[in-house]
Write a protein that binds this ligand. Sequence first.
Ligand code: BES
Ligand code: ZN
Length: 592
Amino acid sequence: MHRPDPHSYYDAAQPKARRLRLKLGVDFTTKRLDGEVVLEFGSACSGTLDLDTKGLDIHTVQVPGRGPIPWELGETDAILGQRLRLTVPEGTQEVAITYGTGAEAMALQWLDPEQTEGKVAPYLFSQCQQIHARTMVPCQDTPVVRIAYQAEVTVPEGLTAVMSAGPTGDEALAHGRHLFRFSMPQPIPSYLLALAVGRLESRDLSPRARVWAEPETVAAAAWEFAGVEDMILKAEGLFGPYPWDRYDMLVLPPSFPYGGMENPRMTFLTPTLLAGDRSLVDVVAHELAHSWTGNLVTNASMEHFWLNEGFTVWAERRILRILHGDDAAALGWAMGQKALEDSLARFKDEPQLTLLRMHLEGVDPDDAFSSIPYEKGARLVAALEREVGEDRFLRFIRDYMDAFRFTSITTEQWCAFVAAKLPGALEAVDARAYLDQPGLPATAPEFHSVQLDAITLLADSWVGGGRPSAHQIAGWKPSELQVFLQKLPRQLTQADCAWLDEHFQLMGRGNYEILVEWLTLAASADYEPAFPRIREVLLRVGRMKYLRPLYGALGQHTRTRALAREIFATASPGYHGLSRRVVQSVLEAYPV
Ligand code: BES
Ligand code: ZN
């Protein structure tokens, strides 16, 4: 027996599924999926087969044409869920399982109409990364295994289904139901399975890209992301031809717990990106870059998550640099530095979670999530790039993509590849310090630009009375203001807050990065005029990146703690299960 992924019951000695055929009935009244999955092995196999499940009701297990086969559900593990062990007879090519999803399926959020923009129809979306696909489909829920898939999804008439796959047709059925078909011909890890159902419309942005959203927001979304084809072209210039055919995007309701999710052929995005001035499209550059780093070359388990995210952050800033220049990229690195420092502070008592090469036996990957694999990882990649030079590094990156396309790899495989292609480079940048030691190495690359250094200087002069001039304020782009706010002291006075709001008009900002940075400062200062806006944001938005700092900052004063608890009591039923868990842990850490 060999289990290569601590977060899956997958056993490498057993047959691997190559392809899934899925049938999903979406039932908004019971908030359950009624499912059938056929696992195809690609050749005859037999013996024991262990699958991952969590909260699923398994109805039947059979070999099509041959009848039922023995199966058994194991004990429930709080992190892994339940092992589904099948005994597969000689000569089996495929196994069919019928099942229903559970009420608490973490991959799924079922929204009532009031939680959507249009407020007239319900909505369902999935989020399978890290290990939630098993709450939606019984499968080998580890990126070590890659599967192609096809799916048939039945939904109430009037709603549209989209998946991380190409659409292959749809038809009206009896009893007010509608069927949508999909096909994903390339092999993907299970965490990239994705489904959303709602009142959806789309707008074409280029021959290979379109954006989906509710009718109320689709025009705004099309405007915000109009530049996506240009991004795809720039990314192709760096990493080679786009490997997934179409690049479509879906703008979700505001409870979506992440900024973006790189579901292949259908990136999922938070509506908080709709700033109205295209200032937050770096998230699209990031999810697009995952088409190569993450989706094409994939981490073999969450212990190697930095291979996905570190490379993608580096790639995102590389695309940004081509599109908007060195200054814009330097600001991106500065925002990342702040996120990295916050995460290092959060894990000061758990230094093992600050290594890039993580050891996660018995650890819930959602609890290990932070900006460290992103930003420490990106700094290791940038250090290597500086060490060998940009041109040689880009050639290396293309070799890397070619060597490992459509495979899932470990940090150790990556190191061996770098050692072979760029001899001496790992030692020169002290890669082991990034991979196996806590914190950020003192030799990590730093990023400067004239403009970034000026903003830093100004923010540093705040305590001594330094204030940006009206001229500076008028000239700043949103990203410059964001970095300025991030660099201000965390503990401002109420007079400071009043000055900032008056001069920057912060309360009415549509850019959520700026708005939440400001509200976090205001909450820390117990600044009452911001309370209504804090309440509004926390009641509307479920993006964990915003909930954690805002609820955290509210923990510092008696009356803001009371405010936080009161808001959470109202907001919590509308939050995604993951978001609810994060906020609960923040509230539990409040002083009593
Ligand atoms: N793949 C991640 C989101 C994710 C990570 C979901 C871990 C579940 C578990 C996605 O690519 C991501 O990193 N999103 C960021 C965007 C950013 C770094 C530009 C986010 O959601 O904020
Ligand atoms: Zn990412």
